[in-house]
Design a protein around this ligand. Structure first.
Ligand code: PBG
Ligand code: ZN
Length: 318
């Protein structure tokens, strides 16, 4: 085997190469911020004020990246998530400003309500025979309204992450009816109920006040269930399937890939925080580990990698 591992021959036989086109940078916009606010559990990441959206778009393009996914923190939260679909909501403003500054930047938006609800769950909550819980069908109209409002502002791809049954179908229907038949849906189809979202919930101020997300997100033990959900989302009209988190779920990425759809993988906040924490201690070499993790996510089958390291990777690749 070592004949082909000679240094001079290694590049010829490299099976997978990271490419800047594979990367999507998540960005947080905070309606209450006046300056970039550092996120303590995600060193190097910030919540940006909406007034900086154009500048952020230009900086990201300058790093060579082509795509972002946006998350918003509204001024005010309520039970109905009324900030989420507002025409002048934080994400709606950010999308307009980013597309205005950098029309060529692909702007994806997270479609969910957990940053906008006062209880922190991903949609409308109400009483059920098993106690208070996320209500499925009453939340679908809200998701459809959020997705349409993002598309109206110029979002290129909408990415519903609430894990409601029927969410992709409801959003597809609403987008088509509103004249946005050309806007693709990237479904968070294999979204696991993971402890690795902890730092994100600090960042987006989206921790929940009761219960957990296990009545809508998939249990980490359930790989076949992720395939069923992926196939349903495909039938409902998803254009891209997502697996989230990424590094502990490479088997899911490889299995979902067999469906033949484009696959995105989300290296989540906890994966970022673990690497940052160990690297900060000098226990891991950050660049080596980050490039290894992203390459392995690609090897597993991801066409797109959503990662907080996207800007670093883009700079290292140049
Ligand atoms: C919203 C959403 C979450 C993430 C992306 N979209 C949080 C959650 O489900 O609690 C997590 C991203 C990350 O941890 O980086 N539904
Ligand atoms: Zn949510």
């Amino acid at each position: 085997m070592r004949r082909l591992r000679k240094r001079s021959l290694q590049p010829l036989f490299t099976e997978n190469r990271l490419d800047v086109h594979d990367l999507v940078m998540p960005v947080f916009f905070d309606e209450t911020a006046e300056n970039p606010v550092p996120i303590p559990s995600m060193p190097g990441q910030y919540r940006y004020p909406v007034s900086m959206a154009g500048a952020v778009a230009r900086d990201i393009r300058r790093d060579g990246l082509e795509a972002v996914i946006l998350f918003g923190i509204p001024k005010k939260k309520d039970a109905a998530a009324s900030g989420a679909a507002a025409a002048d909501g934080v994400i709606q403003q950010a999308v307009r400003a980013m597309k205005g500054a950098e029309p060529g930047l692909v702007v994806m938006t997270d479609v969910c309500a957990c940053e906008y609800t006062d209880h922190g769950h991903c949609g409308i909550v109400g009483d059920t025979p098993c106690g208070p819980d996320l209500l499925n069908d009453p939340s679908l109209d809200l998701m459809a309204a959020i997705a349409v409002s993002h598309a109206e502002c110029g979002a290129d791809i909408v990415a519903p992450s609430c894990m409601l049954d029927g969410m992709v179908g409801a959003i597809r229907h609403a987008l088509d009816a509103a004249g946005h038949a050309d806007i693709p849906i990237m479904s968070y189809s294999s979204k696991f109920c993971s402890g690795l979202y902890g730092p994100f919930r600090d960042a987006a101020d989206s921790g929940f006040s009761f219960g957990d997300r296990s009545t809508y997100q998939i249990a980490p033990a359930n790989g076949r269930e992720a395939m069923r959900e992926s196939m349903l989302d495909e039938q409902e009209g998803a254009d891209i399937l997502m697996v989230k988190p990424a590094s502990w779920y490479l088997d899911i990425i490889a299995n979902v890939k067999t469906l033949g759809m484009p696959v995105a993988a989300y290296q989540v906040s906890g994966e970022y925080a673990m690497i940052k924490a160990a690297a900060g201690q000098g226990w891991l070499q950050e660049k080596t580990v980050v490039l290894e993790s992203a390459t392995c996510i690609k090897r597993a089958g991801a066409d797109l990698i959503i990662t907080y390291f996207a800007r670093d990777i883009a700079r290292w690749l140049r």
